[in-house]
Design a protein around this ligand. Structure first.
Ligand code: SF4
Length: 324
């Protein structure tokens, strides 16, 4: 049995202070990923800091956007009226994730922090540079059907598993963070990392930093769709997903955001495709041309070459469904 300390924080400051007293401490809220990781022996924090009593459960919106507290349940965020009406892409992505039970338990902050579902990462008998740096990557020469086609390294080819994060990347969200040095914001697309030589690091959160909220700026998008392709219709991670938000006026694409999930170590923005689409007519032919370039620059492995064809088809379908 592996022992650990448990402490319940009463304020953001006490949570941060407690984390700074032990460099192997972790914050816990819903625990829907962390408890699994501990049970399987993938991580063994010496101290768990329960943050569920912190005042981070509010959703506030105004003309500048919406701020969703880190402890808001995924289901509560998906059911919020402002999210559903003004940020429907986020609601669609949230509802595509996990199962109803998990969405009730999982928090927005925890969703951002969840770790890859690479099966080699979860099997402690296998080499994995993310779990044990320097041991190798079991997936690179193994069964890599679920793995990355963009931004991978020879150290790690894992993908980020979240649906919500793909929508947040497309919606130009920021992550609000508190620490003993004060508050700061990180653009969502800069929060998660590519694996490079340090795949053990999933994101750019530093020791002693706590996610307090996410903020989505107001936008003029009037069309949106989240498409998730998976092996079964519920409780499965994306093979490929596409988040698309468009501002279409008189048939012309004034603005567009496109992000993909299931293809990289972080939500993957298709910036070249976005540039191509802006100013064009929202037509099937334009969407086909956009989809044809969506997977440019992808690198595949033995078992995931199908993601090229699937990725292009998913982009076409997401764009098409967004404008109907
Ligand atoms: Fe580990 Fe990454 Fe390789 Fe999976 S892809 S085995 S997480 S190093």
């Amino acid at each position: 049995m592996i022992n650990f300390e448990y402490t319940k924080a009463s304020s953001t400051k006490t949570a941060i202070d407690a984390s700074l007293k032990n460099n192997n401490a972790k914050f816990i809220a819903g625990g829907t990923n962390l408890v699994d990781l501990m049970k399987k022996g993938i991580t063994a924090p010496q101290r768990l800091i329960d943050i569920t009593a912190l005042p981070l459960k509010n959703i506030n919106s105004d003309a500048k956007g919406i701020t969703i507290g880190a402890l808001v349940a995924n289901s509560a965020a998906a059911e919020n009226e402002t999210v559903k009406t003004k940020y429907p892409l986020l609601a669609m992505a949230l509802n595509a994730g996990a199962s109803a039970q998990l969405r009730n338990m999982a928090t927005v902050g925890g969703n951002i922090m969840q770790r890859t579902r690479c099966s080699y990462f979860y099997d402690i008998t296998m080499p994995c540079n993310k779990r044990n740096p320097g041991t190798g990557c079991g997936a690179a020469e193994g069964y890599n059907r679920m793995h990355a086609v963009f931004g991978a390294s020879d150290k790690c080819i894992a993908v980020h598993p979240s649906d919500m994060c793909v929508a947040l990347a497309a919606l130009n969200a920021t992550v609000n963070i508190s620490s003993s040095k004060g508050d700061k914001k990180i653009l969502f697309t800069d929060f998660h990392r590519l694996p490079g030589d340090t795949p053990e690091l999933d994101n750019n959160l530093q020791a002693g930093e706590l996610i307090t909220a996410i903020h989505i700026p107001a936008n003029n998008f009037n069309k949106a769709y989240y498409l998730k392709i998976r092996d079964r219709l519920s409780y499965a991670f994306a093979l490929v997903s596409v988040a698309v938000a468009l501002e279409v006026k008189n048939g012309i694409i004034k603005d567009v955001s496109l992000a993909m999930g299931g293809v990289a170590h972080k939500p993957w923005r298709l910036t070249a495709v976005e540039k191509f689409l802006i100013g064009k007519t929202a037509s099937q032919q334009v969407f086909k041309d956009a989809a044809a370039m969506a997977m440019d620059g992808a690198t595949t492995y033995e078992h995931n070459t199908y993601k090229i064809k699937l990725g292009k088809a998913a982009v076409l379908e997401a764009l098409t469904k967004a404008v109907v």
